[in-house]
Design a protein around this ligand. Structure first.
Ligand code: NAD
Length: 249
């Protein structure tokens, strides 16, 4: 198979990338599926659903404050930097990075056209007026202390996270990027969480070359044309450099 047959003869290609928890594993943030379906020791139903927030906000809040404060202890790894380098090598409008991750490592490594489809740990959202605010200086509050909205005074801002059962952010933009791309790259995702896991099928039927990078085979591996098994931080820098070279960027 010619691995570069996806490159158009007459124009610079468009590339869309979807990342999952696996890309941040080498930065020290634990994945979800890698741990028997637990996220840092918690069942998803207990910390990542609107029902859990309604039933036991203190447990959910403590969990997300822990994830928020962990952001101060981790750094982007070579896989994050490789994607930022690929974006900078392409003309504007030719690269879109879609992430399921709620950490901030893509932004901190220099990625700019970035869609956080499952929200962002750095942000809190007011349930009354919709104001979104960082409040990262308040990550060490007591678990029973919540953050008040500066705009309307509501006393409990929620994590700006898309919980299971809620609508992902930016789906129209995401679908457009996936349909238009020549190359669709998926990194560090187990393929269990929809609609993210279905994007490779959209890319494939609309004619994109679909490349996967993962430690082990995801459940939707049949949808990929090319697969690289191994650690993202080891595979991505070389893969990106090979594309930059063959595209003469
Ligand atoms: P997942 O945890 O279900 O799957 C991660 C995949 O990454 C696994 O298949 C694993 O084999 C692979 N992996 C582990 N280490 C790797 C490495 N070094 N290189 C390449 N691949 C590696 O992740 P998902 O599919 O993104 O779904 C989990 C959900 O949980 C997402 O919605 C996400 O929002 C959330 N989550 C986010 C984070 C984060 O922001 N870093 C962490 C945990 C969970």
């Amino acid at each position: 198979m010619n691995l570069h047959s996806w490159i158009p003869d007459d124009r610079i290609p468009k590339i869309a990338v979807l990342t999952g928890a696996g890309i941040s594993a080498e930065s020290g943030i634990r994945t979800f599926r890698g741990n028997d379906g637990l996220w840092e020791g918690h069942r998803i139903e207990d910390v990542a659903t609107p029902e859990a927030w309604a039933r036991d906000p203190e447990t959910v809040w403590r969990f997300y404050q822990g994830r928020r404060s962990q952001l101060h202890e981790v750094e982007p790894n070579p896989a994050h930097y490789a994607l930022a380098k690929l974006e900078k090598s392409l003309p504007k409008g030719h690269f879109t990075l879609i992430t399921q991750n709620v950490d901030d490592l893509h932004g901190r490594s220099g990625s700019e056209v970035l869609i956080h489809m499952h929200g962002e740990l750095r942000l809190l959202r007011c349930q009354q007026c919709g104001t979104v605010d960082e409040k990262m200086e308040l990550v060490h509050l007591e678990p029973s202390e919540y953050v008040t909205c500066d705009s309307c005074g509501d006393e409990i801002m929620r994590p700006h996270i898309v919980w299971f059962g809620e609508m992902p952010i930016g789906m129209a933009e995401i679908e457009e990027a996936v349909i238009e791309c020549d190359l669709f790259l998926v990194i560090g995702s187990s393929g269990h969480v929809y609609p993210a896991a279905g994007l490779v099928n959209i890319a494939s039927v609309t004619g994109s070359h679909c490349v996967g990078v993962n430690l082990d085979r995801p459940v939707n591996d049949f949808a990929f044309h090319e697969f690289h098994l191994g650690k993202a931080g080891e595979i991505l820098p070389e893969l990106v450099d090979s594309w930059i070279e063959v595209l003469n960027l």
